[in-house]
Write a protein that binds this ligand. Sequence first.
Ligand code: FAD
Length: 437
Amino acid sequence: MRQDLVVWWVREDQRLHDNPALCAACEDARARGVPLLCLATEAPGGVTRWGFDRVGAHRRWVTWRRLQGLAAALGRHGQGLRWLPLPAVEALRALQADHRLVAIHAQQGLAPQERAEEDALLAQGLPVHRHESGGLFTRAALPFGQDVRTGALALPRSFTPFRAAMEHRSPPPPLGEPPHWPRRPQGPDGAPPPPDCPSADPRSIHPYTTPACDPGEAAALQHLERYLASPAVAAYKQTRNAPSDAAASTRWSPWLAGGALSPRQAWAALDAHDAASGRSEGSHWIRVELLWREYFRWLMAVEGARLYRPTGLHADAPPPRHDAGGFERWRAGRTGLPLVDAGMRELAATGWLSNRLRQVCASALLHEMGGDWRAGAAWFEAQLIDYDPQSNQGNWAYIAGYGTDPRGGRRFDLAWQARQHDPDGRYVARWLDNPGP
Ligand SMILES: Cc1cc2nc3c(=O)[nH]c(=O)nc-3n(C[C@H](O)[C@H](O)[C@H](O)COP(=O)(O)OP(=O)(O)OC[C@H]3O[C@@H](n4cnc5c(N)ncnc54)[C@H](O)[C@@H]3O)c2cc1C
């Protein structure tokens, strides 16, 4: 039956709390007296130009599981989650052929692919309403003004002035769940078929098949609370680079990247922590890291497709070279460089890597193995359970010297890194001597 519908188009923000697009969709549907359709669509897949699947097994399973959790949470409010196994633009067009979509509320995309989807729908006359979400600050709250020539946001070209301008500002408090839920439309939901579940690796420090590390919103909120009640916060600055300790850093990224947790929720929880226990060096540095995430979001918003060019933001720089054999050895964890091989094997086995090992492995691909930074970024994109286009592309470009590093890129001294971060060789032994499951 043809129905008038308001749609919440599920994109990165896969949660009920602090979700401006979902709140607006609920309010809109209620005001118009029409049902709310919550719609998930198939994520882009396929094979990369470097010859491997764009989405690897860890990410595929985590994404599926998060959607299951979202469907269950919506069900508790009498809502459903309809899944259309099509790319977003086709799915919404197909829906429009059967129904009258009076409004489509969605999180505003930042990366070129998401922006292209929105533009295509708008060009076809679909009523897309974009909501700024998933970051700490809105565009209007940034103190940077406009580039006089292009009219774009005049974002600082490096992180330090961005941080100086933003670190004493407070983001708005997070929203709660929508206060009123409209009725749901008639018709079945459909659910994505479960992908193969990768075998659990007992060495993983973020075992995402266990309840504690489940990718959904409920586990995200429990982890946030548990982490902030632990002594790990105070020690964060000293421990954050340790490669093999589950409490060394927050491990918020799988939930932040998947949208099960918003950075405003994390920031507000840090504020509450500091109000109760006093501001610590640890909580200060966690906020600085959240500002790095924020910086890369705005960088993507301003630079878009330029961040994907061979020379990134430096049009006149020499293009990267690419040694395909070196890249394959790097990808397989067979470079002969113990710390790098350990990191690459941890990544392939678990979908996770600490920040320091990401830096070390990225530097090794660029400087020891002669690989193109975009191939490395694509491999991380396929593997990481916390894959986030802004943070991944921004960090890779930074290390390669094609982004916003004022020093023009980083080359890590591997022997020094091993002495500093794995002095007893435990991390290397864990991944190189023990074959795993
Ligand atoms: C080559 C490379 C690729 C990366 N790809 C991603 C990615 O796809 N997704 C992703 O979320 N992070 C990425 N990072 C950033 C960083 O490594 C992870 O965010 C961090 O390791 C996640 O662990 P944590 O949650 O315990 O972080 P913590 O150290 O506890 O930091 C708290 C939060 O701050 C943010 N953060 C921390 N460091 C960075 C950083 N350098 N850049 C941006 N945000 C940061 C994250 O949201 C993180 O959850 C990448 C870093 C490098 C060097």
